[in-house]
Design a binder for this molecule. Structure first.
Ligand SMILES: *[C@@H]1O[C@H](CO)[C@@H](O)[C@H](O)[C@H]1NC(C)=O
Ligand SMILES: *[C@@H]1O[C@H](CO)[C@@H](O)[C@H](O)[C@H]1NC(C)=O
Ligand SMILES: *[C@@H]1O[C@H](CO)[C@@H](O)[C@H](O)[C@H]1NC(C)=O
Ligand SMILES: *[C@@H]1O[C@H](CO)[C@@H](O)[C@H](O)[C@H]1NC(C)=O
Ligand SMILES: *[C@@H]1O[C@H](CO)[C@@H](O)[C@H](O)[C@H]1NC(C)=O
Ligand SMILES: *[C@@H]1O[C@H](CO)[C@@H](O)[C@H](O)[C@H]1NC(C)=O
Ligand SMILES: *[C@@H]1O[C@H](CO)[C@@H](O)[C@H](O)[C@H]1NC(C)=O
Ligand SMILES: *[C@@H]1O[C@H](CO)[C@@H](O)[C@H](O)[C@H]1NC(C)=O
Ligand SMILES: *[C@@H]1O[C@H](CO)[C@@H](O)[C@H](O)[C@H]1NC(C)=O
Length: 587
């Protein structure tokens, strides 16, 4: 009786998202390292006087509630891809004459080539594709919970099933290999490997990812693994606030140790965290659903960022020690930043935007071991400084400059001016104090910077003309003598989710033209000397697009989510992407 009421006290607090000061210790100790995943625990003698066990099933029942299962719940073998599926579409018409800035001719340009070892591939992320959320011992992540916050998720979608990749990965990898794709970048679900985020390791998850990796190798596809693509284990979010707490540093490094140790004999390419600018800027998570009341709202992104820098750099150091032949980085993101006008203020706004976005992480990792002056001026009022040893660990903790480089946008000074913004913490643009727009200035006619993607991806425009300048900027500013890699790029065909006819869906002209022009813009930059090791298109099929669920589509394959078997079909854009390598990659 007594221990049952302690369990309900702790779990009620966790479920309500209340701060767990004082209660944190209880939940932690309720999961002694000796707990087994089937719930029959060996009680940790140093834990509670009245010990109890929180097992994975309890977490699901008490923190998440019922989840849906797919109709397919065992691993499916690959069936050969029919040759009828491999016929490319008729080509889109491309202008045969140069129409503007760096606009390529359609005939093969003999000045361009991708080297033989250039890795071109496709990317996806565990939570967006796997489904099978409760299968084989996986613990819940923040995203399992967010999907159930009223009003957060478009159409109340969940990723309980999504692409059912957890059981259908063999077919998925076979379909990638059938188009000669060289690399497949996937993420590992932390809460599958460690259902509580720390502590016991789930051997069924290890076996699963072992088979994903081995299947890639059987098909001659290079596996690339990301440790963290936004799916923080719910247990560590609820106990200490996830990335808001320095506790996560050690937990992340221990998780990395398990992944490197178990998979590093076959996986050479590793990404620690995906797009910290995005997931840290989204702290606090919606309406402070997961709270840490002791950190003011506006400061939370920077606590997250600081803990990311510590966790990433320590994991990098460990990875290089365990796998000397590995290539390890983290994935940055952001569009090219173009000044709206030639004014000095807009030039300053552009610099501040780089500093508070890419530079927030890239300056410490690639340049100095510490924040740039603009970020430091702000964060030093509340964050502790890095120690000398931490700065040394952070500096140089990436082997390539990996950037998710989708688009470009204009930047300009706030209405009040930069100085007034900096003096006013209530300005909505504080502390970066850089405003942004997707349209040219009024003097230039207010045209969009490029064709808009789906309205549910309002940040994304086809701005491939700017890509050569963008890649030069990344190389010159941060990468130095390390190669660049474009680790995500892709396009959400406008209104694709509203289409009902299969042939209409498979013919995706804006996405196709995005990939066509993107690859040629990359070739321009490479012909001008920018060193690029590889690129990964997002995404190899339609999937669960976070808060937008299935309402917006980034796939180069269509997936019919209303059919039990979730059939996959290549879209025209996949052939367009592949054709750039058929034409330009050295054999
Ligand atoms: C959790 O418990 C373990 C074992 O008692 C202890 O070493 C660790 O410091 C605790 N962690 C937290 C976050 O309280
Ligand atoms: C639970 O797992 C442990 C360790 O794998 C095993 O020894 C034990 O027999 C299992 N218990 C049940 C009830 O399956
Ligand atoms: C061929 O590529 C070079 C180098 O990028 C470029 O300068 C030239 O304009 C291209 N030629 C055509 C016809 O597009
Ligand atoms: C989503 O769920 C909420 C709460 O159950 C309900 O009020 C709402 O109508 C649902 N929305 C849709 C689009 O189904
Ligand atoms: C909240 O964050 C503060 C500042 O990092 C930290 O001292 C405190 O322990 C955190 N609270 C919890 C419950 O993790
Ligand atoms: C890295 O090197 C180690 C030791 O030589 C080797 O066992 C391992 O297979 C290599 N890993 C990869 C991914 O090539
Ligand atoms: C910026 O200046 C350049 C030349 O210095 C000029 O060609 C261009 O039109 C100017 N752009 C704007 C938006 O004023
Ligand atoms: C940012 O720019 C938009 C569009 O020009 C403007 O309406 C808005 O007031 C600006 N925001 C600030 C805080 O200056
Ligand atoms: C998806 O599957 C459903 C159910 O079989 C079917 O009605 C629908 O036409 C399919 N959609 C497309 C685009 O093929």
């Amino acid at each position: 009786m007594a221990f049952l009421s302690i369990i309900s006290l702790v779990l009620a607090a966790v479920a309500a998202g209340e701060p767990l000061l004082g209660k944190r210790q209880a939940l932690n100790q309720s999961i002694p390292a000796t707990t087994t995943l089937n719930g029959s625990a060996t009680i940790n003698p140093t834990a509670f006087a009245m010990p109890f066990v929180l097992n994975v099933e309890d977490m699901w029942d008490l923190l998440i509630g019922p989840v849906s299962s797919a109709s397919i719940t065992t691993t499916v073998s690959a069936t050969p891809v029919p040759s009828s599926s491999l016929i490319p579409p008729p080509p889109l018409y491309y202008s045969p004459f140069p129409t503007g800035q760096q606009y390529p001719m359609e005939s093969k340009n003999e000045s361009w080539s991708f080297p033989k070892d250039f890795w071109w591939g496709v990317a996806g992320a565990a939570f967006q594709i796997e489904g099978a959320v409760k299968a084989e011992g996986r613990g819940p992540s923040v995203w399992d919970a967010l999907g159930r916050v009223t009003g957060f998720e478009s159409n109340n979608y969940t990723a309980d099933i999504t692409n059912n990749n957890y059981y259908m990965y063999k077919q998925d990898i076979a379909r990638i290999a059938a188009l000669s794709v060289k690399a497949y970048s996937f993420s590992i679900s932390w809460s599958r490997i460690m259902p509580f985020g720390s502590g016991p390791v789930n051997e069924e998850a290890i076996a699963h990812y072992n088979d994903v990796i081995n299947t890639c190798l059987e098909y001659g596809v290079i596996p690339m693994a990301t440790l963290y693509h936004w799916d923080t284990p719910l247990a560590i979010q609820d106990t200490y606030g996830g990335w808001l707490s320095e506790n996560i540093v050690n937990d992340f490094v221990e998780y990395a140790r398990v992944a490197f140790g178990r998979f590093g004999d076959r996986v050479q390419y590793w990404f620690t965290v995906n797009e910290p600018i995005v997931f840290c800027d989204q702290y606090p998570l919606p309406a402070q659903y997961f709270k840490n009341f002791t950190i003011p709202y506006q400061h939370q992104p920077y606590y997250c960022g600081q803990n990311v820098l510590l966790a990433h750099s320590q994991a990098y150091g460990l990875g290089k020690q365990m796998m000397p032949n590995s290539t390890i980085s983290y994935k940055n993101n952001g569009g090219y930043k173009v000044p709206l006008t030639n004014s000095t203020a807009d030039a300053q706004a552009v610099q501040r935007a780089w500093d508070f976005n890419e530079g927030w992480f890239s300056d410490p990792i690639f340049l100095t071991g510490d924040y740039n002056d603009n970020v430091k001026t702000y964060v030093s009022t509340f964050l502790r400084p890095f120690t000398t040893a931490e700065k040394q660990t952070i500096l140089g903790s990436a082997d390539i400059y990996a950037h998710d480089a989708y688009t470009a946008q204009f930047y300009f000074a706030p209405d009040a001016g930069i100085e007034a913004c900096l003096a006013d913490t209530t300005n909505p643009l504080y502390p970066a104090c850089a405003n942004t727009s997707y349209t040219y200035s009024a003097a230039d006619g207010n045209w969009l910077i490029g064709a808009a993607a789906d309205p549910l991806a309002p940040w994304l425009h086809k701005a491939t003309d700017w890509l050569p300048a963008f890649l030069h900027y990344l190389a010159d500013t941060w990468a130095g003598d390390k190669p660049l890699a474009v680790t995500e790029f892709g396009f959400a065909e406008p209104f694709e989710a509203d289409k009902t006819l299969l042939p209409d869906i498979l013919f995706d002209p804006v996405r196709s033209s995005y990939f066509h022009d993107y690859m040629r813009a990359m070739l321009v930059a490479m012909s001008e000397g920018v060193n690029i090791a590889g690129c990964l298109a997002w995404s190899f099929y339609d999937n669960f697009e976070w808060a937008s669920g299935f309402s917006v589509r980034f796939g180069m394959q269509y997936v019919n989510f209303t059919e039990d078997t979730l059939p996959r079909y290549y879209k025209a854009s996949f052939f367009e992407y592949k054709s750039a390598f058929d034409i330009y990659q050295e054999k």
